[in-house]
Design a protein. Structure first.
Length: 448
């Protein structure tokens, strides 16, 4: 009997396995399709009416332009080295620190996948109910996540193929929805809409949420961009793909939220029911279903690679299957969507400092140490920075948690945390480490 793994993708952490299969269109489509999704639309909905419509759109634009920079930097690291995101953390944090960060990353991605699975199930349930009258949300959540797991088991090549179609479908949906809005409602009234505090969103919190959306993908950037053909493609394909998706999706969310309030409609987390009020429920349900599914596929795939970084001897298909089963049960937890805003803030608190350290380590401290030797988890390579990296991360995470959950500053917490954490690590690595035999040995390794 053939082994199960023979039927599915055999992705590994090794840079020798990176396929370099992503061209410029594929990279753009990957990040565009991944972010033209319901959760990004929901992020835009959170901003209105707490902020003026023009302020919300400006915040989305500026936050996305800034937030996408660290995203592309991590993706570029993956393209240059051929290593996935969590394997790259071994250089700064050491093997143990990398495993701890991988564990946190896996937990966050599983939570993200649970939210996506529920939204996909809601969309499919709406589509089936609208055509047949049959409704069974738990069943459709299970069916959706089963499809996700099957796609993930095919590996990165299957994901790249699916993302191209998702990007095209969501672009078409956006054009049609915007046309429908303009035909049936006076969009110009959004610019005169009064501010009303409903979600407790200040300008600083809004800026943090937009940046946190970009940072939520940072832990997965190298997982996919390691397959880009060139560094140039990895940079510009990621940057423009993400920014265009964020502006379109969050702008659409802010528009739908504002118009629904102005026209006496109830705001809802179910996007298909909201779009149904605009006369576009069933087609939106189907397209949103596919878009959520593809984003969920990326979350489960990256969670699988995180698990493999913790337990390198596991075959790819085993953690993918286990994580998929966990997300099915997680998606059925009552009230999970009510915590969506807090979840975005927690993502920022956990990952802004973690990847600030990693970016500084690669670009400013020790790029020469990023080789295939990082996959040897039995020893620490490069500078002895693990304790400094972990200390800087803990300080940054504490600051992020305090500023986002307890005392939000008017200027936002994301950028200060990113700069402070990276600055602390760079200062510590510069002052308290000196060249030694380990560094000399690492420098002799050829760069990838």
């Amino acid at each position: 009997m053939s082994k199960p793994s023979s039927f599915f993708g055999q992705d590994t952490l090794s840079p020798n396995e990176a396929g370099h299969s992503l061209g410029s269109i594929g990279t753009f489509a990957l990040w565009f399709g991944a972010n033209i999704v319901v959760t990004t639309i929901l992020t835009g909905m959170l901003l209105v009416p707490d902020l003026r419509f023009t302020t919300a759109i400006t915040t989305v634009l500026i936050g996305s332009l800034i937030g996408a920079i660290p995203l592309l930097l991590v993706g570029l690291m993956g393209q240059r080295t051929g290593l996935p995101s969590m394997a790259l953390t071994r250089r700064a944090y050491g093997p143990l620190g990398s495993q701890l960060i991988s564990l946190v990353n896996m937990g966050v991605l599983i939570a993200w996948s649970c939210i996506q699975a529920l939204l996909a199930g809601m969309s499919l349930n709406y589509a089936i109910e609208a055509t047949t009258g049959y409704s069974n949300l738990p069943l459709f959540v299970i069916l959706c996540e089963t499809v996700v797991v099957l796609i993930v088991l095919r590996g990165h090549l299957g994901i790249e193929l699916v993302e191209r179609w998702a990007a095209l479908a969501m672009a078409g949906l956006t054009v049609v929805v915007l046309y429908q809005l303009n035909q049936h409602y006076d969009v110009s009234t959004l610019f005169e809409m009064p501010v009303e505090s409903r979600n407790g969103i200040t300008l600083g919190i809004a800026f943090d949420i937009v940046i946190a959306t970009a940072f939520s993908w940072m832990s997965s950037a190298a997982d996919y961009n390691r397959n880009c053909k060139t560094s140039k493609i990895a940079v510009w394909g990621t940057y423009f793909g993400y920014i265009m998706a964020a502006i379109v999706a969050m702008g659409l969310g802010a528009t739908i939220s504002g118009l629904s309030i102005l026209n006496g409609m109830e705001q809802t987390y179910d996007p298909t029911r909201l779009l149904a009020d605009f006369g576009f429920g069933l087609p939106a349900a189907l397209v949103i279903f596919f878009s959520v599914m593809t984003t969920n596929v990326m979350a489960v795939y990256s969670a699988t690679l995180s698990c493999m970084n913790i337990a390198p001897n596991m075959s790819f298909w085993k953690p993918a299957l286990i994580i998929g089963l966990v997300t099915i049960f997680g998606a059925l937890i009552p009230g999970i969507l009510d915590q969506f805003q807090n979840f975005l803030l927690i993502v920022g608190a956990l990952f802004i400092p973690a990847f600030s350290v990693m970016i500084v380590d690669y670009y400013l401290v020790g790029q020469e140490g990023y080789t295939a030797k990082l996959l040897d988890s039995t020893k620490q390579l490069g500078r002895p920075t693990a304790k400094i990296a972990i200390a800087a991360y803990l300080i940054g995470a504490a600051l992020a948690a305090y500023w986002t959950l307890i005392a939000p500053p008017s200027f936002g917490a994301s950028l200060p945390v990113f700069i402070i954490t990276g600055g602390l690590y760079w200062l510590g690595a510069t002052l308290f480490t000196r060249p030694n035999s380990a560094v000399t040995s690492a420098q002799k390794e050829p760069s990838l």
